[in-house]
Design a protein around this ligand. Structure first.
Ligand SMILES: [Zn+2]
Ligand SMILES: [Zn+2]
Length: 256
């Protein structure tokens, strides 16, 4: 028995079954069906052309530039830290020598004054002379030591972990501030603790009743100290002082 065309309201007999969709069509509707499919092909062709043009004129320079700027900031920050440490160590070296020289100069002046005093008075004793000889010998020994000063500098190569800078591709939509990360770590936080929380580039400082705690990246407490003062109103990190500042009702405390 012959099938009828599957198009609604068409009473013609089906002549073909379309391979792609298994529908029965009369000749007229088979042509229409074919024309419809072909027209979809044209529209897909247009879509792909649009995408091809977008790829050709792709402009993510801003995103790259912003990210490079961030990496550059990190680089400059690292340089600054190395420079700062270098300056500190240079000062330390200078101070070590200066302190020795200062002591030597003071002792030298003291003995020089003593001798001048005795010469002016034109009076001295055997004990004075013996003591002066002893002092001058000591000064000579010190002078030799200062002249032969040398330092041993032990340095370790700086190990830079690749994980210090991680690049993750996100789309702008993912940067929605309402999108929270999954729970990073869980830690005990007694109810009576003060809520202020502050960080520098290494540690997070928080109050965990009854202690003031320094917490590392893994949220491990690396240092804690009993907070025996009043309620903490606020805290902040001062890069100038290189210390945490804790504000209480009447007092300000500095924490190393
Ligand atoms: Zn078909
Ligand atoms: Zn038909």
């Amino acid at each position: 028995m012959s099938q009828s065309c599957s198009v609604k309201k068409c009473t013609r007999t089906s002549r073909w079954v379309c391979d792609c969709c298994q529908q029965n069509f009369c000749l007229q509707h088979l042509n229409e069906h074919n024309a419809f499919l072909t027209s979809q092909l044209n529209s897909l062709n247009d879509n792909i052309k649009v995408l091809r043009d977008r790829l050709k004129t792709l402009n993510i320079h801003t995103a790259i530039a912003n990210s490079r700027r961030k990496l550059e900031e990190w680089r400059q920050d690292c340089y600054k830290k190395i420079d700062y440490l270098f300056e500190q160590k240079c000062q330390e070296l200078d101070q070590l020598v200066e302190e020795k020289i200062r002591q030597q100069r003071e002792e030298l002046n003291r003995i020089y004054s003593k001798i001048t005093e005795l010469i002016n008075a034109q009076e001295t004793t055997r004990q004075d002379i013996d003591l002066l000889i002893l002092n001058i010998r000591l000064l000579e020994t010190n002078m030799n030591n200062i002249e032969q000063t040398c330092f041993t500098i032990n340095t370790h190569p700086l190990v830079i972990d690749d994980k210090f800078t991680l690049i993750k591709t996100t789309t702008e939509r993912e940067l929605d501030l309402l999108t929270l990360s999954p729970v990073y770590r869980t830690m005990r936080y007694p109810k009576e603790s003060f809520v202020s929380l502050i960080s520098n580039d290494r540690y997070l400082m928080m109050h965990q009743q009854p202690n003031l705690c320094l917490v590392d990246r893994e949220m491990n407490i690396v240092k804690q100290k009993l907070w025996s003062y009043g309620p903490i109103w606020d805290m902040c990190w001062s890069s100038t002082l290189d210390k945490f500042i804790v504000l209480e009702k009447n007092n300000i405390y500095l924490v190393d």
